[in-house]
Design a protein around this ligand. Sequence first.
Ligand code: MLT
Length: 240
Amino acid sequence: YHTPEQAPNSEVPECAIAVDVLRATSTIATVLAAGGEAVQVFSDLDKLMQESENWQPEKRLRAGERGGGKVPGFELGNSPLDCTPELVQGRRLFISTTNGTRTLQRIQDAGAVIAAALINRAAVVKYVVDKEPLNVWIVGSGWEGSYSLEDTVCAGAIAHSVCQHTNLPIEKLAGNDEMISAISLYSQWEKNLLGLLHHASHGQRLLRLDCHEDLKYCSQTDILDVLPMQQEPGVLKKYG
Ligand code: MLT
């Protein structure tokens, strides 16, 4: 969002922020806030099984989601509300979801890789404002390659707050059509994010699966002070 000349103090050349509000990045933030040792992401369910076999059963949890539902044979699906401190404390979550974990795998070679949702937006913004990366990529997971309202509004929420903290006028984003429309979407819905999630196609899919409480939880802003940061490819831990 700014040029190298404008960011002489930059500590991080490039930062990629994966967003999957419904629900993978909301789940990842919740697990790390609740004391999970790490979250390891997989696009492939078989690879997840192989890798997690090397861990003692009491030190691991396996979560699998496809099409919004839990994959049979896995301990968890992808509901952040299942990730209580009692369950996740000190354990590593091995997780594969339809879109969100694939996004994280795809961006794993960027300098700094972060998982963001509405619930941990402020922690993500603080990192960006403090570290001043030269380039920030906000990558919405969407649904199987398509646009999603919930990830776009979260990208807008992050950008809106970064602009406020850095006194960057929106005019400076001229030419970045995606970012300006994401900020506009957030500005219109910021007081009714749950309402927007109800309109979203994946929100509707989750409502059909009786996940009302998940939508409510994921629509909250800035409730968790946790920054999930990649430590090695595919492994995210709490930063700081
Ligand atoms: C995904 O990765 O596509 C989502 O997190 C799906 C879900 O709601 O579980």
